[in-house]
Each structure stands twice: as structure tokens, then as C-alpha cells.
Write a protein that binds this ligand. Sequence first.
Ligand SMILES: O=C(O)COP(=O)(O)O
Ligand SMILES: [Mg+2]
Length: 214
Amino acid sequence: MSTTIAFDLDGTLIDSAPHIHHGVSLALAEMGLPGLATETTKGFVGRGLPILLQRVLDHIGAPQTLHSDLSERVMVHYVNQPSDPASIYPGVLDALTALAQAGHRLTLCTNKPYEATRAALRDTGLAPFFDIVIGGDSLPSRKPDPAMLRAALDGADSALYVGDSEIDAETAERAGIPFLLYTEGYRKTPVEQLTHAARFSHWRDLPELVRKQL
Ligand SMILES: O=C(O)COP(=O)(O)O
Ligand SMILES: [Mg+2]
């Protein structure tokens, strides 16, 4: 049976925290604001750029009135700083190729802003795998609201969602879609506390896991 499989991006397909951190750091420096550690930025990824930047400003003790200026600057770097193809997690390309060859439709459902998502997919070479791309600003709401996931699944009868975070697990649960958890991303909660149909720590295991789900 052919299934539509939606994927999260940051912390799932690509280890993008260094890229996100770089964009945020450049923008903070331009504004004369203090920087923060990569691990701190990484901990803020998952709910989309507006919330990440709120947390950044809180963390460095700067007022939220700077949010829109910071956001515009980060977006420029987000789109213009090339994403490194080496940031793709090991085994992702083979797994996506195998799933596509098995006849599955692959789509993307990420809280990353759409323009930045397109740039990351283009720079890493992942773009050709996905025929629907829903970004964090594509719809009026973002994950964990299930509307994004529903849009990425395009009415499929058989569907799965693959992601790395608490947000993804909640989104899938609210959409009533089985969730496959990649355990090596940016999750902060123990795996046992996240609703998931199955989990994997290396991408080589995903095609078999998908077969078992169907
Ligand atoms: O940009 C974010 O906050 C997270 O993006 P993700 O949904 O691909 O993990
Ligand atoms: Mg993620």
C-alpha cells in the first residue's frame, strides 16, 4: 500500500542547530546585543522562529520590543547563509530514496519559516524528495496545531509522521497520525514520555520500520 509520509526538518533530517545559531548570532552582533551558546539556541528550536527569538531575547535580558528587528535580520541570514549538505543526518538520503522507490509519497511539515525551509532543502540537495512543503508560516497556525500536518498529508488514507520533538509527537497525536520518533534530534523529554508508534536512532532502520507499520 502506498503511504504518504510527512517529515519534520530541523533535528530530524538535518542537524541545523549550528546554522540557526549562526544566523541568530550574526543578527545579535549587528544589533550590538550579547550572544549565546549554541546549545542554548538548540534548546529553543522546535516551536518556530518567532518563539525561538522570544526565548533568545529573554535569555540575554533584552526587551521583546526588539523582536521584529531581530526577526528580519535573522531571516536574511537564515536564507542567505548556505546550509551544509554535511548537516544531513547519516543514512537520510538512502532511507528517503528507498521509501520513494517503495512508492511512498514524501512531504515536509516543519515549523521553520517557508523561505528558509526552501533554501535549506535547495542547499542540502533534499528538495527533489518532497512534493509538498509546509513551513511554519505557510498557514495561520503552526505545530503542535495539527492543521500543518493535515495539509502536508493532503487527505492521504494511509499516513505517517516522522519527527524528533515533543512538538511533533503532540502534532501527530492531535492529527490522529502514527508518529515515528527519531531519537537523535532536539528532543528534551525522555522517549517513554512521548506518544509514538515506533522510534529509531539511525536512519538505516526507517524503511523497515515503515514496512512494519503498514
Ligand atoms: O524552526 C523550528 O523551530 C523547528 O523546525 P522543525 O519543525 O523542522 O523542527
Ligand atoms: Mg524538529
